[in-house]
Design a binder for this molecule. Structure first.
Ligand SMILES: [Zn+2]
Length: 483
């Protein structure tokens, strides 16, 4: 038996005006997908490949398109390139029994194309209606009618922060193996839940997601249910197909899939007022004041509005200006993405001081860079990111030539930084990565400006389908079913 596999990921933020180009993806084609599997060893695709291989199924690789960071909407020509590469590889194969893909679910192009819906419908056209297609999705997928129509089984991560990507790949592949070896039919139904929620209100080890995930486990135990999922959508995608969803895949029982998906949607809706920040959240001013009152340091104050992990551009220096103007010291701030500034500071050399223009003043893309006097403390290259550590008025600032999702303490340590030297560590991030938790005496979110602004009620959405909670007041609702 033979199964086609591939991976295409990006979380596309429609508020970030900088479009995402092809240079922000690592692309592997054909045989390279297998040869360079170390590049995605924790991804669902690895779980898919391992599960299929264990079941003596031959792997037919297409492409891997892994973003180096999340970002703005994907450029038209970048998506066309990736899609053509995928279709080209797919069409090389003539004999196969199934397709199993690792997709994000919230990748959108500058033309507002629902990428996963497009990829799945193109795949369906090529492989025909009888070839089963199963997909592993990110928990922040915006599931569309097109995705539901063209896939036989969708299943999403159950953890945020995402630590079960591999296991989700195992689930997606297991569904396919059941079809191929046990000859069962997959039947999938789902409901749209008109809701916008950020990851910072829906970490899965905290209420209410922890309880909602128990409902998923409960539904999964039903005879004939294969897997059920909640997909939480992506709040910084202003697109009409943005939605939270409940999806249930059964062994050929459409009625049961419908009943259980509806049940999950209702359970979710009941808790709509309970999605509070899972980390205490304050204005920047308040967060910094509270942090300084603590007895044990460092306190991590997250610059949550400019999180590259959810597609902001990591350039906004408004919080840095605030820190400087209010005389905060013993603070580590970063990372600010600015290639030009990194080049200039490296040229200047360690120990030297230089005036440089840095970042972007605020969310207005025309607000321009801001001048700071930087004293270079260290320079380092970590993986393919070059960074400088500088002192700005007693504040240590990391400046990098590329966006850096702040998930690896090693990145910070490689600049000679000791976190215990600071009172406040202010990272451009969303919920703090578990790897940093041992270093943080306390964690708070600062509701800072940026393209991942956390107060969704204040975001001027133009395209999301209204009404939607919590932007609009909604009580009794009729859930829309996927068709
Ligand atoms: Zn996610």
């Amino acid at each position: 038996m033979k199964v086609i596999v591939g991976l295409l990921h990006h979380e596309s933020n429609s508020f970030n005006p900088e479009l995402t180009g092809l240079d922000e993806f690592i692309v592997l084609k054909g045989k390279e997908v297998i040869e360079k599997s170390r590049l995605y060893e924790r991804a669902s695709l690895k779980g898919i490949i391992d599960t299929l291989t264990k079941n003596n199924i031959e792997i037919l690789p297409t492409i891997v398109a892994l973003p180096t960071s999340e970002g703005g909407l994907v450029k038209r020509e970048a998506y066309e390139y990736l899609k053509d590469a995928y279709i080209h590889e797919l069409k090389k194969y003539k004999n196969y029994d199934g397709v199993c893909l690792d997709l994000h679910g919230s990748m959108t192009t500058e033309d507002l194309i629902d990428v996963e819906g497009d990829i799945l419908s193109e795949t369906r056209k090529i492989v025909g209606k009888d070839i089963p297609i199963t997909v592993s999705l990110d928990m922040h997928a915006m599931v569309t009618d097109k995705m539901m129509k063209n896939a036989n089984g969708l299943v999403s991560y159950r953890t945020a922060p995402h630590i079960d990507k591999y296991e989700t790949g195992v689930r997606a592949a297991t569904m396919l193996v059941k079809v191929l070896k046990e000859k069962i039919e997959l039947t999938m139904e789902g409901y749209k839940i008109p809701f916008l929620v950020s990851g910072e209100r829906s970490e899965t080890d905290k209420y209410p997601m922890n309880e909602l995930l128990k409902k998923i486990e409960e539904v999964d135990k039903e005879e004939k249910v294969i897997y059920s999922s909640y997909c939480l959508g992506f709040p910084w995608a202003d697109v009409e197909f943005n939605t939270v969803s409940s999806i249930v895949v059964t062994q050929g029982d459409r009625k049961l899939a419908d009943k259980k998906a509806r049940y999950l949607a209702e359970e979710f809706w009941k808790k709509r007022y309970d999605f509070k920040f899972t980390t205490p959240a304050y204005s920047l001013e308040e967060a910094l004041k509270l942090a300084m009152k603590e007895k044990e340091f460092p306190v991590f104050v997250i610059d949550s509005g400019d999180n590259p992990g959810a597609g902001s551009n990591q350039k906004i220096v408004e919080p840095l200006i605030y820190l400087k103007e209010h005389g905060y010291k013993e603070v580590l701030y970063g990372s600010v993405c600015d290639e030009e500034a990194v080049e200039k500071l490296i040229k200047e050399g360690v120990g030297k001081q230089k005036k440089v223009l840095l970042g972007q003043k605020n969310t207005d893309p025309n607000s321009g860079k801001v001048e700071f006097i930087c004293k270079v403390k260290n320079v380092n290259k970590y993986e393919d990111v070059t960074s400088v550590l500088v002192d700005i008025n007693g504040i240590d600032v990391i400046i990098s030539d590329k966006k850096v999702v702040m998930t690896e303490p090693e990145f910070v340590f490689s600049l000679g930084i000791k976190l215990e030297d600071y009172k406040i560590v202010m990272f451009k991030s969303g919920y703090l990565d578990p790897k940093y938790k041992p270093y943080a005496k306390k964690i708070m979110l600062a509701l800072t400006p940026g393209y991942t602004f956390q107060e969704l009620e204040k975001i001027p959405y133009k395209r999301v389908k209204r009404p939607i909670f919590p932007v609009d007041r909604m009580d009794e609702i009729e859930f829309e079913k996927y068709n």
